[in-house]
Design a protein around this ligand. Structure first.
Ligand code: NBP
Length: 468
């Protein structure tokens, strides 16, 4: 009789097939299964020299795994995940551990944790980050759910995760905490990408940078405080010649970006929890606006830009854009971390922000030198109200905010859209303002709806008959 597998993996699309290969490469015998059986057959045929057990149907799949079973689901999030769980349930036994590695909505994960606990099955919602390459070579893994169940899979996660100053995985917190943190990480990635895109357009449209110059500029940036996977791949993109003709490929790509919804989720949850994440929301909005290509082409011939920008010195301007990007990045991460902190408070998750930043250091799209500074900031003060108030960040902002002001101003005067850069600056200015104009807002609310207001100088709640 064949030895039972160490772990099962259900769902053999891009992520699942690569994660299965990662597990196998670390010495695990892996049972695999997919809804469409031909996909499993193809996978087994392609990797016939490796320790995979191909199974057809959920019963055969479950029974091929040693107890207590560890089963990873890598299927499309939402209804498909529920369908697979429902199909697996009759075959699962007390103590089995089901791990959802998809991009699940964190409230669904909580529901599933509770549902499966009723039949003695442990459910772990593990955010897995890093795309196809990460899944194969070592992703960042953010597991949430019952801690006692996580302890049984912690070693396996550590073996397959990326490793930068330690494994890029750690217990995040109860129920949906892992998927929540993964969702916010995705939102931060949206903002990172949008900020870089705006710097690209600003350098191109205002200072006339060409792809070769951009490649050199970004290559230099990657040696310093902005050193990161995204800056590194952007450098490569700027160098890439068009295989179909003259020039560079980046110039030929349609300017319409897609999205799968995790940025939108982050923005929605932030509104629900009462934590502003305007830079992440701006990144989502910018992608949505980019999708109105036809309307934009028509509007470009109707709506005047009426720009006022004079000649810019390329080197000086590139240095300003570098600093502006760094300042905006600090502010954007401050928003994302504040959201995680508030979720931790409201859901009683006891999240460790220093550890969370550390496990994004490898295997994930937002991996960056800068994450080490965030970890240090939260280690020094885990309860800091906002990342911008950490000593190191405050000093970095002091040095770089003038550049952010200059670049946003130049971009506005030059008619270049900088939604993410501008919201980062406004967030900073709002947050550092002891006085905001919401006294007027309160007066208006009281005027038209008798919503009452409070005064700066006298205790109590007031209403005024504004119309004489
Ligand atoms: P997809 O998200 O494209 O999902 C495809 C898989 O889901 C296939 O195995 C498919 O089976 C299965 N599936 C579907 Br669709 N409906 C099903 C159902 N009703 N019952 C059973 N299986 C069903 O795959 P992916 O891009 O590999 O991503 C897997 C998960 O990882 C997703 O949740 C995704 O959000 C997350 N994720 C993806 C990335 C990435 O870079 N792609 C990164 C991080 C996380 P079939 O072969 O029979 O159609």
């Amino acid at each position: 009789m064949q030895k039972k597998s160490d772990v099962g993996l259900y769902g053999l699309a891009v992520m699942g097939s690569n994660l299965a290969r990662n597990l196998e490469s670390r010495g695990y015998q892996v049972s695999v299964c997919n809804r469409t059986a031909s996909v499993t057959e193809q996978f087994i045929e392609e990797f016939s020299n490796l320790k995979f057990v191909g199974t057809e149907g959920l019963q055969e799949f479950v029974q091929s795994i040693q107890q207590p079973r560890k089963i990873i689901l890598m299927v499309k999030a939402g209804e498909p995940t529920d369908a697979v769980i429902q199909g697996l349930t009759p075959f699962l036994e007390l103590g089995d551990i089901l791990i959802d590695g998809g991009n699940a909505w964190f409230k669904d994960t909580k529901r599933r944790v509770d549902l499966l606990a009723k039949i003695g099955v442990n459910f772990i919602g593990a955010g897995i980050s890093g795309g196809e390459t990460g899944a194969l070579n070592g992703p960042s893994i953010m597991p949430g759910g019952p801690k006692h169940a996580w302890e049984k899979v912690a070693e396996m996660f550590s073996k397959i995760a990326a490793n930068v100053d330690g494994p890029c995985t750690n217990y995040i917190g109860p129920d949906g905490a892992g998927h929540f943190v993964k969702m916010v990480r995705n939102g931060i990635e949206y903002a990172d990408m949008q900020l870089i895109a705006e710097c690209y357009q600003t350098l191109t449209d205002l200072a006339g940078f060409k792809p070769e110059q951009l490649a050199k500029t970004f290559e230099k940036w990657n040696q310093g405080v902005l050193s990161s996977f995204l800056i590194e791949i952007t450098t490569e993109i700027f160098k890439f010649k068009d295989p179909e003709g003259e020039g560079f490929l980046v110039d030929k790509i349609l300017d319409r970006a897609g999205q799968k919804g995790t940025g939108q989720w982050t923005s929605e949850v932030a509104l629900e929890l009462g934590i502003p994440v305007p830079t992440i929301a701006a990144a989502v909005t910018a992608r949505t606006l980019s999708s109105f290509k036809d309307q934009r082409v028509v509007a470009s011939k109707i709506l005047p830009a009426l720009t006022q920008i004079t000649d810019l010195d390329q080197d000086k301007f590139a240095a300003e854009v570098h600093n502006a990007l760094y300042a905006a990045k600090i502010i954007s991460y401050a928003q994302g971390m504040a959201l995680i902190q508030e979720a931790s408070n409201q859901y009683h998750w006891d999240l460790k922000l220093d550890e969370i930043a550390a496990l994004w250091k490898g295997g994930c799209i937002i991996r960056a030198k800068f994450l080490g500074d965030i970890t240090k900031a939260y280690q020094a003060n885990p309860n800091i109200a906002n990342l911008m108030l950490a000593d190191f960040m405050t000093k970095e902002l002091e040095k770089n905010i003038p550049s952010l002001r200059k670049v946003v101003s130049d971009a506005c005067l030059g008619g270049v859209p900088v939604m993410a850069l501008a919201t980062a600056l406004s967030y900073y200015d709002c947050y550092r303002s002891a006085n905001l104009p919401q006294n007027l807002t309160q007066a208006q609310r009281d005027f038209f709806g008798a919503h009452t207001y409070q005064r700066k100088d006298i205790e109590g709640t007031f209403h005024t008959e504004w119309e004489k």
